[in-house]
Structures are given as structure tokens and as C-alpha cells.
Write a protein that binds this ligand. Structure first.
Ligand code: PMP
Length: 389
């Protein structure tokens, strides 16, 4: 019996990306050259240390900061934990003054859940609301900021719907009351040029695997002099901000990925393919609603609601399309996406949404095939439910 195996179409680049060949090669070479411990005083250690400094400087040059302002972590989850818990803890040791923490309602769980955990340590946490496009309500931010606000965390670009936020305005508002501003730029870095001087944020998280780099490495930018308490205690690595032997080859992989992203900065064709996908679905799948905003959105991200079609059932019928129901990070739990709910969708509507996230490797043929597969699957699920075909 012949079984026809259709190729997979990968439209889940906000969950993770395929590492670039240059990244794999740079890392493989570094594995055999820079395996010394960068904290060791002997020549092998010092060689690894120099390679690490090079990687940090290279990453810093893309962010517009100093190498010494970067802490390498295991990924953005850890960076977000360090940012929120580290700043809160340092403040409590230092002067015990400010306990108010503001987070946007659409943050990644690695921000929301840390903020929640800080409540047990005395933090007073509030959420900043967003509009139906997922854009932060600046009036709400201003009205909630007080002289007691220690830290505000607003993600630069949302992983589920792609909405991008006015970070310069957010940081300015924070600084007016003496609060620190943290942004989770995990989905932004490598897709839109990032200028720390322009945003003027105090802390920034990112992760290499979202920009065709290795998994297991991320960064936290910490503005020079900002008090932060180490969350991972041990040997005092990275200026005492994050203990643990640094994975130098991975750091070089991160730097290589960021450099390649800067050299391939044209996302116009990706945006055009995303629009082709949406128009194609409108025309063939009927009854689709655009959830991602048209403006102020990542160029690669499109969240769509297939009205009357459960997203899990749709994915099961369109198995060759790798996409995500709401968010890959939260779909293990049956809860509806907090992002979609914050944007005003109800539970049922949220359960009908799929997120497609393209990359620069996505082709027109793949998009056309995806439209065909998804619209057929939507028709099938609708007719199986006995509803409209
Ligand atoms: N923040 C955002 C916005 C993300 O999209 C992700 C990954 N889904 C994370 C944080 C966590 O990143 P990591 O996988 O590197 O821990």
C-alpha cells in the first residue's frame, strides 16, 4: 500500500525557528575550539573567555549597549525571571521602598507567573489593560503608575498575535515616576531593528532560538548600575548576576544568528506572504476573522479565527500545517489564551483561533498549499459538526 506523505509546512516560527546553517557551523567549530571554562585562569580558559567577550560585544553592538550590560541566560524564561525577581529582591534589600509592579495583561507566562509569585513576597501587582488590537492602553498605564511603582514589564512584541508596543512612550512614563522599565523583546529581536537608546528601557529579555539561533541561550540586558539580585547562586559568574559556567559555543551561535538576522533584514516579502495567506483564507475558507492587527504588528505573525471551527479539530484535520492554537507556550493547558481574552474575545472565540508565524524561508508555494489544506480542513470540520460547509 502506498501512503502519500505530504511535506510539512512550518508556520510556527514564533514557537521556535530552524537554526541557520552558519549558526550550526559556527557553533560546531566553537565546540572543539572553545571548550575551556571561561572562568579558568589558564590559557584554555582565557581563550574561551576572549571568545565569550567577543560574542557579548558582537551581540551588544546589535542592541546598542555595552557587553558588560549583558547577562547570558538559558533563554527568555530565565531572563524574565531574573529581571522581575532580581529587581524586586534587590529593592527589598536596599531600601524596601517600592513594592508596586505593573505588567501588561498580555505578557508571556514567564512574566505573569513570576509577578504572581512575587506577591507572596509582598509585591503589589497590577495589570495594564490592552485594546482589541492587543495594544497597551497608555492612559491605563499612566493612571496606575505611582511613586511606589518599582518596575513595569511590557513586551515589545506579542508572541500570540504579533502586536508591537510603543516602548519609548512606556519607558518615558515609567521614568517620570522613577520606576524601572523592562521589556520582553523575544519576538522582536532579529525581526525588527532594535535600538536600546531610542527605547531607553532599563532591562530587556531575548532568546536566540527565536531568530534561527541555538536553543538554551538567551540574554538579559541590565542597564549599567541598576541594582539586581542574582537568582541563580554559585560561583559569581557574569559579574555575580548569574552564576554558572557559560556555554561559550552557544554564545557564539547566538552572536552569529544575530549577525545573520541583521544582514537579512528585509521582511517585506514575509509581510506580503502573510497577507497572501490571509486573503487566501478569506476567499476560500470563508468566515475567518483577523485577530492580529494590520498595523503595529510583527511582519511574520497572523492570528486568525475560523468562525465555528474548533482550532484543535482544525489542526487535527490539517496535520501537515505546523501552526499553533493561540500560543505554543500555553496550549498544553486547556485554558483559553489570556492574550485573546485580554483583547476581548470570549472563551469560545479564543478556542477558534490559530496563529501562523512565517519566516524568511517560507515560500509562496507553501502559503498556497496552506490555504488549500486549511480551507478544506475548515470545510470538513464544519460539515462534520453538521453546520455550514
Ligand atoms: N517571551 C516570549 C514573548 C516568548 O515568545 C517566549 C517563547 N515562547 C519566551 C518569553 C520564552 O522563551 P524561552 O523559550 O527562550 O525560554
Amino acid at each position: 500500500m502506498n501512503t502519500l506523505v505530504l511535506p510539512l509546512i512550518y508556520l510556527d516560527n514564533n514557537a521556535t525557528t530552524q537554526p541557520r546553517r552558519v549558526v550550526i557551523e559556527a557553533q560546531a567549530e566553537a565546540e572543539s575550539r572553545y571548550w575551556g571554562n571561561s572562568a579558568s585562569p589558564h590559557p584554555l580558559g582565557q581563550e574561551a573567555k576572549r571568545a565569550l567577550q567577543f560574542a557579548k560585544l558582537s551581540i551588544a553592538s546589535h542592541l546598542g549597549c555595552k557587553g558588560s550590560e549583558l547577562v547570558l541566560t538559558s533563554g527568555a524564561t530565565e531572563s524574565n525571571n531574573l529581571a522581575l525577581a532580581g529587581v524586586f529582591e534587590a529593592e527589598q534589600y536596599r531600601r524596601k521602598a517600592r513594592k508596586h509592579v505593573l505588567v501588561s495583561a498580555i505578557e508571556h507566562p514567564s512574566v505573569l507567573e513570576v509577578a504572581e509569585a512575587l506577591e507572596a513576597q509582598g509585591a503589589i501587582v497590577e495589570q495594564i489593560q490592552v485594546d482589541t488590537n492587543g495594544r497597551i492602553n497608555l492612559d491605563d498605564l499612566h493612571s496606575k503608575l505611582t511613586q511606589h511603582t518599582l518596575l513595569v514589564s511590557v513586551m515589545a512584541a506579542n508572541n500570540e498575535v504579533g502586536t508591537i508596543q510603543p516602548m519609548t512612550e512606556v519607558a518615558e512614563a515609567c521614568h517620570q515616576v522613577g520606576a524601572f522599565c523592562h521589556t520582553d523583546a523575544t519576538q522582536w529581536l532579529g525581526r525588527i531593528p532594535l535600538n536600546l537608546a531610542e527605547w531607553n528601557v532599563d532591562l530587556l529579555s531575548a532568546s536566540a532560538h527565536k531568530l534561527h539561533g541555538p536553543k538554551g541561550i538567551g540574554l538579559l540586558f541590565i542597564r549599567e548600575g541598576l541594582p539586581i539580585a542574582e537568582q541563580q547562586h554559585g560561583g559569581g559568574h557574569q559579574g555575580g548576576k548569574r552564576s554558572g559556567t557559560v556555554d561559550v559555543p552557544r554564545a557564539l551561535g547566538f552572536a552569529t544568528a544575530l549577525h545573520a538576522a541583521a544582514e537579512n533584514s528585509d521582511w517585506g516579502p514575509v509581510r506580503a506572504l502573510r497577507e497572501r495567506l490571509f486573503e487566501g483564507l478569506v476567499q476560500s475558507a470563508a468566515l475567518v476573522q483577523r485577530i492580529s492587527p494590520i498595523d503595529n504588528c510583527l511582519p511574520n505573525t497572523l492570528t486568525v479565527r475560523f468562525i465555528g471551527v474548533d482550532s484543535q479539530a482544525l489542526m487535527a484535520s490539517a496535520r501537515t500545517i505546523c501552526c499553533s492554537p493561540g500560543s505554543a507556550c500555553s496550549h498544553a493547558s486547556p485554558k483559553p489564551s489570556h492574550v485573546l481574552m485580554a483583547m476581548g474575545l470570549d472563551r469560545d472565540e479564543a478556542a477558534e483561533c490559530l496563529r501562523f508565524s512565517l519566516s524568511q524561508a517560507t515560500t509562496t508555494a507553501e502559503i498556497d498549499q496552506a490555504i488549500k489544506t486549511l480551507s478544506e480542513a475548515a470545510r470538513y470540520v464544519r460539515s462534520a459538526l453538521g453546520g455550514f460547509a
